[in-house]
Design a protein around this ligand. Structure first.
Ligand code: HEC
Length: 138
């Protein structure tokens, strides 16, 4: 093979290696699927947050945002989108931003700045949709 082909060959290995590794192990353990975390943790917590907010039961919010923030961290650190493993870096980036917004919401709730909560919930829901749009869930 000539040097151009050799370079291309090396480049391909370079590109596929990290994907192959992260598809089997993340932080030394088998990854969970995003869908499971979403249906079992994110969705129910999100619903409770919206209910408490609409009833203005503000004191319920800090522990709920604590839960949401923990699940978001789990999503970022431990989850993979089924069938989209070649997109894992983009997924991680999305999950990280999602986590950061959840953390901001938790801090805001802990500081009892209730008027700032509804816009943050809107932002959180936008991040749910953005990730679903990219990873094929309407
Ligand atoms: C970083 C990416 C990401 C974020 C952020 C995210 N999700 Fe998901 N979610 C997924 C993926 C991936 C799936 C599975 C998609 C598929 O299988 O087509 C999923 C699936 C779901 C499902 C299951 C749908 C079904 O029909 O089985 C629900 C419900 C859900 N998400 C709710 C939420 C909610 C609510 C939020 C925000 C509070 C959220 N998700 C944030 C990636 C994400």
């Amino acid at each position: 093979m000539n040097s151009k082909h050799a370079l291309l060959y090396l480049f391909t290995i370079f590109l596929t290696l990290p994907c192959a590794c992260s598809s089997t192990e993340i932080n030394g353990s088998t990854p969970k699927y995003a869908r499971q975390l979403c249906t079992e943790a994110l969705q129910p917590t999100q619903e409770k947050i919206e209910e408490a907010t609409s009833k203005q039961q503000w004191q319920q919010l800090p522990p709920l945002f604590q839960q949401l923030q923990r699940s978001a961290k789990d999503m970022w650190k431990n989850c993979v989108p089924k069938n989209s493993l070649n997109n894992i870096h983009s997924f991680r980036a999305q999950a990280k931003v999602f986590f950061q917004i959840c953390q901001q919401a938790l801090q805001t709730a802990n500081q009892q700045k209730w008027d700032k909560i509804p816009p943050l919930i809107k932002k959180i829901k936008q991040r749910c949709s953005l990730c679903h749009d990219e990873f094929k869930f309407p």
